[in-house]
Ligand binder design. Structure first.
Ligand code: F6P
Length: 542
């Protein structure tokens, strides 16, 4: 039996012990668990006290991390080893924020490339680099997956910093996305950034060609000056016709879902400015420094990973709801969805054998309080247990120009925070039948008997509360890096390669044949289901 096997079976013993108790009982036995199970880095605290575990179980989880070689895997990543085994590449997103600089091709260029694309961003903002009719009013990022989700999430999160050209994002190959975004814009004052690591992605290249035609129809030959590109494939950018001075490169050791920190962040820098972008990097770097040095038992990303392993493997809960009580994090769950599910949604171990246990959970979510008025019914009273990550800032970030209404906005924020705490509490402690009946005191007995069962909350439903002072660029960078390293630590524990994504290949390949079939109106040689659907579509189109 390996050390890791022993750690897994120890975990199972703790799980059996804790399954037999409740969060109510755990808090009654140890009211101090709110402090004992909270861990901080500066103003950021992860509070695991509402999770269905205790200090001994957490100790067993830390032992599992150690036995699984999390520290060695982390150090291998930071020193530039080819941790992306299937593609034979390092994974050096930490180098983009200056947290490590191994002797790997391209790493030495990081600072210069950052300066170059931030200088371009500031030139667009100031109007020093302008379009056919003066300064750019709008920037449209065309990209998908990691070339979209990070920038759009960050641009929304940093809305108070966004005093430059308005940032828009087109990702879907559905022409409705492109036309609905471009429709209200003036091409003569619009900059289009084509963002694609490979510069071959069907959706992005299709959108980029149509956007180029849209620009050309308005500004003619000057359309070229309205386009920039971000890619590792510089020859393809040149072939597309984008001048080298507006092409910003990055490196194959930056995974798509880890690329926000590279020139893929250009639209954020154009909208929010180079200072905000550097603050974002600094926030991520502060989490990197902690991740690289803190002991496992106090290492925030590792602990977040371990609580996830506890939920997924020890308790068997298959999904996680990510609920920021912060409207500006409205796209955070979508961002973490790709980060987590594309990284660890795997069934092959690093050596190709089958994994021994369940890997990445389904990640989903929406901001609170909106979530309360849609799916929280099921989270509280449904038949599945859904662990929740709550994210809350202690104070609001008041947008420029709203200082006169600071008191009213403080009231908004107090209500927002109260709702977050109420949800965490209702999930953890629930309401028993006796409490539901007591809450109906004075009502006719028959009415109490009829309704009280519907008003029972089982409780014992876990959540982690991630609390920080305020959502600014630094805090956002730190929060993203927290989840990046969490995903990495889980990948090490599950023994999967978190940096490839073979699961997206087959559909991409098949789409080529489907496109030919749809255009021809017949799918010769296709599977019977596809052939029938193609025939139906052809009939519907007449
Ligand atoms: O289809 C998945 C994927 O390869 C992601 O990993 C990536 O972020 C996205 O497509 C976009 O790729 P690219 O930046 O090369 O256009």
């Amino acid at each position: 039996m390996t050390n890791a096997d022993a750690a897994w079976s120890d975990l199972e013993a703790h799980a059996a012990r804790l399954r037999a108790t409740t969060l109510r009982a755990l808090f009654a036995a140890d009211p101090g668990r709110a402090d004992a199970l909270s861990f901080a880095l500066d103003d950021l605290t992860l509070d695991f006290s509402r999770e269905k575990l205790d200090a001994p179980a957490l100790g067993a989880l830390v032992a599992l991390a150690r036995a699984s070689g999390v520290e060695a895997s982390r150090d291998a990543m930071a020193t530039g080893e080819a941790v992306n085994l299937t593609e034979g590449r390092p994974a050096l997103h930490m180098a983009l924020r200056g947290s490590c600089a191994p002797l790997v091709e391209g790493v030495a260029e990081v600072g210069g490339t950052l300066d170059r694309f931030l200088a371009f961003a500031d030139a667009v903002r100031s109007g020093a680099f302008a379009g056919a009719e003066g300064a750019f009013a709008d920037v449209v990022n065309i990209g998908i997956g990691g070339s979209d989700l990070g920038p759009v999430m960050a641009a929304r999160a940093l809305a108070p910093d966004c005093d430059g050209p308005r940032a828009h994002f087109v990702s879907n190959v559905d022409g409705a996305h492109l036309t609905d975004v471009l429709g209200p814009l003036d091409p003569a004052r619009t900059l289009v950034v084509v963002a694609s690591k490979t510069f071959t992605t069907q959706e992005t290249m299709t959108n980029a060609r149509t956007a180029r035609d849209w620009l050309a129809a308005s500004v003619g030959e000057r359309a070229g000056a309205h386009m920039a590109a971000v890619s590792t494939n510089l020859p393809a950018c040149a072939a597309f016709g984008i001048e080298a001075e507006r092409v910003f490169g990055f490196w194959d050791w930056v995974g798509g879902r880890y690329s926000l920190w590279s020139a893929i962040g250009l639209p954020v820098a154009i909208a929010a400015g180079s200072k905000a972008f550097r603050d974002l990097l600094a926030g991520a770097a502060s989490m990197d420094a902690h991740f690289l040095s803190a002991p496992l038992a106090r290492n925030l990303p590792v602990l977040l990973a371990l609580v996830g392993v506890w939920r997924r493997n020890a308790m068997g809960w298959p999904t996680v709801a990510l609920i920021p009580y912060d409207q500006r994090l409205e796209r955070f769950a979508a961002y973490v969805q790709q980060l987590d599910m594309e990284s660890n949604g795997k069934r092959a171990r690093r050596d190709g054998g089958p994994v021994a246990r369940a890997t990445a959970p389904v990640i989903w979510g929406e901001p609170g309080t909106n979530a309360q008025h849609s799916f929280f019914q099921l989270v509280h009273q449904g038949t599945d247990v859904i662990p929740v990550d709550f994210i809350l800032a202690a104070e609001p970030r008041v947008a420029p120009g709203w200082d006169a209404m600071a008191d009213a906005l403080a009231d908004h924020h107090a209500k927002l925070a109260a709702n977050c705490l109420a949800q965490a509490s209702a999930l953890a402690f629930g309401r028993t039948l006796a409490e539901a009946e007591a809450a109906m005191a004075g009502a006719p007995a028959a009415e109490v008997a009829r309704l009280a069962p519907h008003r029972v909350f089982p409780g014992d439903r876990p959540s982690t509360l991630i609390l920080h002072r305020r959502l600014d660029a630094f805090a956002l960078g730190r929060l993203i890096a927290l989840y990046e390293h969490k995903v990495f630590a889980q990948g090490a524990i599950w023994d999967v390669n978190s940096f490839d994504q073979w699961g997206v290949e087959l559909g991409k390949q098949l789409a080529g044949g489907m496109l030919d079939a749809l255009k021809a109106g017949a799918a010769e040689g296709a599977d019977p289901a596809t052939a029938a659907t193609v025939a139906r579509i052809a009939a519907l189109r007449g």
